[in-house]
Design a protein around this ligand. Structure first.
Ligand code: HAS
Length: 550
């Protein structure tokens, strides 16, 4: 094992990661409050005070939780993981990471101010022709650029490690961090292109119209890998950290790397599955991207297989018998394991829902309904966030030189379990309401007819109940976080890094061959997107001039 993996994260890198986590917890509190108020409005029993609009609140909720909270947590986590497994950052790398943090924060503040002023009530997808103040888009651009600068720090550390360790396979967690950020950097080119060349000029009044189809397509080129940007750090934990927490081993280093490589290949050329009902895109390309979507399910099935293998081997090593005997041997009292495990369980229905969405014909039924909102609450707001909570319970004290006490562990369990109950109410009622035709992204007052809405009311009340339980869970999380960051007893909290099972095959060096992976990735993207984009530009609506971006 690399010697660095035995060391604590250097305090200077620890501070850097913690700075990200402070923003994470503030975002969780603000976004969660916005979510709670939203469920109240949707129950039809509450009106927002001070003239706050429903879409303004929904934008705040979506942007702060889906874009800000996740990005800050992920960047902080990746910096900590890379510093731990590939070695302490050099001053140059750390400076870059701080510049990244500053850009992320400034961009976030700019976007948040515009949302609060009701100048950017365009939801987290900011689809044209909804238009926000230019400052909102500039803020989001800074967030993207900030994340690029942060990934440069990670790539530099990885390159330095490779140079110092020729002929060796890179540390698994660092390898996974590199793939996550490469995917992110390639994906953000899409959103940066539409913002810089289409949306900003249009929002500044330099051009009068915008090519909506093109803009949405560039957005979803980014939007689907965005959801994998949330998922991959959770997979890093499931593959490489949970085995250590339970006292077991990583089933196969190569399988874990292969699934990440496949996620890099197939997470980007699939964005059209968000646009299956949109005009202007040839059905043949939609069909091709649906097939590619089914291919991206494979690495998740590999992940499920690998996790079962880890749990079962561990259980059997402890004397478990029978098909599910291993289940009883898992450390159920340990919040660092149990809460992410509940997330894994939730990802089974969450993933199944994704497969329904991707199935072209079924998508027609669910696309504009709140079923989709139920889907992403089960995936990102359940599987992923429970895993992030599980990480916070040990990473925050590790970085602040404190420990997770038994009392805090108990509170963390209650926090994760209340989240589970709240999200089950919320997500299942959203799924059912969606099947009954309940629309998404719609305020109660704007539904079609009162008679139809009456059928949905029980589910909307269930969402308000779920929202309230979730908010209690957020208050508990804030409490646990503050305790672990400032008040828990001083001590050494382990940073668990899994080791590979004895007898597993040696990891082939080909996994560190980036020319190969990036080359295949580029070919797939060019194949899946070139013709649809040319179509959208050439057949832009009447009135478009020149290079028909608008
Ligand atoms: Fe999705 C829409 C398809 C995964 C998030 N998705 C969304 C939106 C979001 C989102 C935010 O094809 C809405 C965007 C908007 O605002 O419009 N999604 C999929 C597919 C997958 C998928 C095929 N989505 C995710 C993940 C997300 C996420 C992950 C966030 C983190 N999604 C779609 C489609 C749409 C969509 C369409 C567009 C819909 C529309 O019409 O607008 C797949 O990646 C899912 C694969 C997952 C699995 C599950 C594997 C299970 C594992 C757990 C193992 C458990 C263990 C424990 C070991 C196959 C790994 C077990 C223990 C025991 C004891 C049993």
């Amino acid at each position: 094992m690399n010697i660095q993996a035995k060391l604590k994260v250097d305090p200077r890198d620890g501070k850097l990661a913690m700075a990200h986590f402070y923003v994470f917890i503030v975002a969780l509190a603000i976004g969660g409050l916005a979510g709670l108020l939203q469920t109240f409005v949707r129950s039809g029993k509450f009106e927002l005070p001070f003239g706050i609009g429903y879409y303004q609140l929904l934008t705040l909720h979506g942007v702060v939780l889906a874009l800000v909270m996740t990005t800050f947590f992920i960047m902080g986590f990746l910096h900590a993981v890379v510093s731990k497994t590939a070695g302490t950052y050099t001053n140059r790398q750390r400076t870059l990471a701080w510049i990244s943090f500053a850009l992320l924060t400034i961009g976030t503040i700019m976007a948040a101010i515009m949302i609060l002023l009701n100048e950017a009530s365009v939801l987290y997808t900011f689809y044209a022709p909804l238009q926000a103040h230019a400052v909102f888009y500039i803020g989001l651009t800074l967030v993207v650029v900030g994340s690029w600068v942060g990934s440069a720090a990670v790539f530099m550390k990885y390159g330095e490690w490779r140079k110092a360790n020729p002929g060796q396979s890179s540390p698994l967690l660092t390898f996974m961090a590199v793939i996550t950020l490469m995917m992110w950097d390639i994906a953000t080119i899409g959103v940066a292109t539409t913002v810089l060349f289409q949306i900003l000029p249009w929002s500044l009044g330099l051009v009068e119209t915008i090519n909506v189809g093109l803009s949405r397509t560039l957005f979803w080129y980014f939007g689907h890998p965005l959801v994998y940007f949330w998922l991959l750090p959770a997979y890093m934990v499931w593959y490489a950290i949970i085995p250590k927490i339970i006292g077991g081993k990583i089933f196969s280093d190569s399988l874990a790397r292969l699934s990440f490589v496949l996620l890099l290949f197939f997470s980007i050329p699939v964005g059209l599955h968000h646009q299956l009902v949109e005009p202007g895109i040839d059905p043949a390309w939609k069909f091709i991207q649906v097939i590619l979507t089914f291919l991206v399910v494979i690495p998740s099935l590999m992940t499920a297989f690998s996790l079962f293998a880890t749990f079962e081997s561990y259980g059997r090593s402890k004397g478990a018998k029978g098909l599910f005997g291993w289940f009883k041997k898992l450390p159920w009292g340990d919040a660092r394991f149990t809460i992410p495990f509940i997330g894994m369980l939730g990802f089974i229905p969450g993933g199944a829902g994704g497969i329904v969405n991707a199935s072209h014909q079924m998508n027609q039924l669910v696309h504009n309904t709140i079923w989709i909102t139920g889907h992403f609450h089960m995936t990102v707001a359940f599987a992923v966030i429970l895993t992030f909570y599980g990480v916070a319970y040990w990473l925050i004290p590790h970085l602040t030189g404190r420990i997770l006490t038994k009392k805090m562990n108990k509170l963390a369990m209650i926090q994760g379990i209340t989240w589970t109950i709240g999200m089950l109410f919320m997500s299942s009622s959203m799924h059912i309401q969606g099947l009954l035709g309940g629309p998404r992204r719609s305020a109660f007052s704007e539904y079609g007819g009162a008679a139809q809405a009456a059928e949905w009311i029980p589910y909307q009340i269930a969402q308000a109940v779920g929202g309230s339980i979730l908010f209690i869970s957020i208050i508990l999380m804030v409490y646990v976080f503050i305790n672990l960051a400032f008040f828990a007893p001083k001590g050494e909290q382990e940073f668990p890094v899994g080791e590979v099972a004895k007898g597993a095959e040696k990891t082939p060096l080909v996994f560190d061959n980036w020319k190969l992976w990036l080359g295949i990735s580029a070919i797939l993207i060019v194949f899946a997107y070139t013709l649809p984009l040319i179509d959208l530009i050439q057949n832009a609506p009447p009135g478009s001039k020149g290079f028909k971006l608008w």
